[in-house]
Design a protein around this ligand. Structure first.
Ligand code: ADP
Ligand code: ZN
Length: 734
């Protein structure tokens, strides 16, 4: 649809050539002509020709430099009937592009992820009662007339449903002129949330926390608050108050959650508080729903969105608050195309839009914690669990003193507690962050190890499916019976445990218990939601799961949590390994004891003296944080220094290494910035591509972006199969 009424969108620029950002990895906007009679302004969403195709783009800011020969200029094809991206949104997209060193068109594309939503939703056909009455009356017809006599418009199926008749009754009445056809606006995707629907009574520390938070929110300007408090202390309840205040002020709210596809319980809880669900935004939405949500967010019909990191790029009409729940979660980091951390970019969006941002976590990231201590963020602390919910008792199982049976992975201490727990008709959760049956398979005769042909990683056995699989590229083959190297039959051994193997061990000990394995590879999101609900209702005795069981679920009858291998995340050379392990283990043990029942968390470890284990069992997280902060400061690691990582990959090892060296040699000399590498990446091969890494390490105030840009500009050109990925503030070092 072509739009030429200027009054809708305010001032129209009197310009015949405009810059348009197209969804391409181009360094800047392209010039397009505005045809006679078409009105556009910065932010207008338009369709433009690009090569042989048409693409959706956004009219951007800035003057056109007149560099294109006017005769070669192509014209904008169409302006969508859609609110233009606001100046704040455009400034935000520009900022993200500059910070992450991503071409701006690729960032803008993230804001335009619902192609069919750029035109208004079609009106819905509806029926309204006229003065005509049917010749013959029946009871069914009477019911319909009684229902429709309110003078409102009804959809055909809505009216049939409300009157409890079949649609043919409605059709019969319509054919006699009893109804006229009218058109009404499409229904909202979610009902309006009501800030007064079910406000809780906040007392004690919750009350104080809410007062402090509301003070920040009601200033209606940029600030960052950090709510930190153990699981179950009421953080959600407190930030719901900030949401209520924002709704009362008629502004929209965005809640970011790390694993939205799994948090059905969050949506229900929101509904209990506000009388309606928030709109959801994540990659599993059906396309139609996605379009409706996008559209209704831009028009302001949707007031609250709960979404995954990509929701940060929705063009809200009037955003007034962002909550980042579980702000420490690694899922906020996207490492694909646009490398960004949604937690950090949420803060940027708040600064540009001048509204408050609230970060929430039981185990904040070291970065946020330091920002809290330095006064950049306002710390809001909730020290105790709400009501009669007690924290689980936490204990260490020293695996050197209580080793498992031969071929097993559960110590007798843990097995004994599982038995007691299910004997009381309560539930036990065993956590192991490893999918499949065993992480490595080898031949007992010749020592051959099964490796992915395209990646430098072992193939993981998935016994339920009878396959060995690569967790990096998805390569799989049937689990062989003979060794491909020496040909010996039936001498392959599984090394180490995955969740499936733990389930086997549990079933050996407790054959009558209802045991369930929860792992993302075993079921889709729908099934998972159902399984989680069933567990919460008590329909399983022993749950064995990967990290997806750690996030946000509430299992009231879960009184034992066993961590099968607490040491697992510690040995990977990542500077955040201790922090991550602490966060993950705290989150998992926090699943226990969410109601009044006495509960226990047990950590199986070979390093009982490790500071992470000590911090968790002693409950003294402050000491742990102080130690971590001190270490980071000493090594000038974030947030006391800055990192950028450059990953060069190519079809041949030589090309990748050569290009990485070339980049290093081209780097400018800047005081306070050093380059490490190139070194072969720990994952040296992924999908047949060889990988080398450079790590740029700067001081806190170093301009990393300018440095990296200069290095890329002066370095060798990317050619052939070579590709370079830039990752500012990297989280992964693999
Ligand atoms: P957190 O987000 O810190 O894990 P929650 O907000 O989920 O804590 O609170 C834990 C439990 O206690 C939830 O079931 C919640 O409904 C309940 N709860 C917390 N505060 C209150 C309150 N003031 N009134 C009623 N229930 C509360
Ligand atoms: Zn692979």
């Amino acid at each position: 649809m072509t739009l030429d009424s200027t009054d809708l969108f305010g001032p129209v620029l009197d310009r015949r050539v405009v810059p348009v950002l197209v969804p391409m990895p181009a360094p800047r906007a392209y010039s397009y002509a505005v045809p006679e009679g078409m009105a556009v302004e910065p932010g207008s969403i338009v369709q433009v020709p690009l090569g042989p195709r048409f693409v959706v783009g956004v009219v951007w800011d800035g003057e056109d430099d007149g560099g294109v020969d006017p005769k070669k200029l192509r014209a904008i094809e169409e302006v969508f009937d859609c609110p233009p991206l606001s100046p704040e949104m455009r400034a935000f997209l520009d900022w993200v592009a500059a910070y992450t060193l991503t071409p701006p068109g690729l960032v803008a594309r993230m804001a335009l992820r619902a192609p069919a939503a750029f035109d208004p939703e079609p009106m819905v056909e509806a029926l309204r009662l006229t003065d005509m009455r049917p010749e013959r009356m029946t009871t069914a017809r009477e019911r319909v007339l009684a229902r429709a006599s309110d003078g409102l418009s009804w959809t055909r199926s809505g009216l049939a449903h409300a009157a409890g008749v079949s649609s043919s009754v409605i059709d019969g009445l319509a054919s006699q002129g009893v109804f006229e056809t009218v058109f009404m606006p499409p229904p909202p995707v979610v009902a309006l949330p009501d800030p007064a629907f079910a406000a809780p009574r906040l007392e004690g520390p919750q009350r104080q926390a809410a007062v402090d938070l509301l003070a920040a929110v009601e200033e209606r300007k940029f600030s960052v608050s950090l709510i930190d408090g153990i699981t179950g202390s009421g953080k959600t309840e407190v930030y719901f108050e900030a949401i209520a205040a924002t709704l009362r002020a008629d502004r929209q709210v965005l809640i970011l959650l790390p694993e939205i596809a799994l948090t059905a319980s969050f949506l229900e809880r929101f509904q209990d508080r506000f009388g309606a669900k928030p709109a959801e935004w994540h990659s599993d939405l059906a396309p139609r729903t996605r379009e409706k949500v996008w559209r209704q967010v831009t028009t302001g019909q949707v007031r609250v969105v709960a979404g995954a990191r990509s929701a940060l790029f929705l063009p809200f009409e009037e955003l007034g608050l962002i909550i980042v729940d579980e702000e420490h979660d690694p899922a906020y980091k996207q490492e694909d195309r646009v490398f960004y951390n949604a937690r950090d970019m949420a803060v940027v969006r708040g600064r540009i839009g001048n509204f408050p941002v609230v970060l929430v976590s039981a185990t904040p990231s070291v970065e946020s914690r330091v920002n809290g201590e330095m006064g950049r963020y306002r710390p809001i602390h909730l020290p105790t669990r709400y009501g009669d919910a007690a924290l689980p008792d936490l204990g260490i199982v020293d695996m050197r003193r209580h080793p498992p049976e031969r071929g097993g992975f559960l110590s007798p201490v843990l097995v004994n507690h599982i038995g007691k727990t299910i004997g009381r008709s309560q539930q036990a959760l065993l956590f192991l962050n490893r999918r499949g049956y065993a992480p490595l398979t080898l031949c007992r005769v010749c020592g051959h190890r099964f490796q992915c042909p395209d990646c430098s990683s072992w193939l993981v056995e998935h016994r339920f499916r009878g396959q060995i699989q690569c967790h990096h590229c998805g390569y799989s083959e049937r689990t062989p019976e003979a060794c491909p190297e020496c040909g010996t039959l039936d001498h392959l051994v599984a090394c180490g445990p995955g969740v499936e193997r733990i389930a086997e061990e549990v079933e050996r000990h407790f054959p009558d218990a209802r045991t369930i394995v929860l792992s993302s590879d075993l079921m889709g999101v729908k099934r998972l939601r159902l399984e989680l609900a069933a567990i919460a209702r008590g329909e399983a005795d022993i749950v064995i799961g990967t990290q997806l069981v750690a996030k946000g679920h509430n299992f009231p009858n879960m009184t034992l949590v066993g961590i099968v291998d607490a040491d697992l995340g510690l040995a990977n050379g990542d500077p955040r390994a201790a922090e991550r392990t602490f966060q993950l283990l705290s989150q998992v043990t926090g699943r226990a004891g969410r109601t009044g029942l006495k509960s226990l968390g047990l950590l199986q470890t070979y390093q009982p003296q490790h500071p992470v284990m000590q911090a968790i069992v002693s409950g003294d997280s402050d000491a742990f944080y102080q130690r971590e902060i001190h270490e980071r400061e000493r090594a000038a690691l974030p947030p006391f220094g800055r990192l950028a990582s450059i990953i060069v990959s190519a079809d041949s090892r030589g090309d990748a290494e050569g290009h990485a060296r070339g980049l290093r040699n081209a780097a400018p000399r800047v005081d306070g910035i050093a380059i490490l590498g190139p070194a072969e990446a720990p994952l040296a091969l992924i999908r047949g591509r060889h990988r080398f890494r450079l790590l740029v390490h700067g001081r806190r105030n170093s301009d990393m972006q300018t440095f990296v840009r200069a290095m890329i500009a002066a370095g060798p050109k990317e050619r052939g199969s070579i590709s370079v990925q830039l990752d500012i503030d990297p989280q992964s070092f693999l």
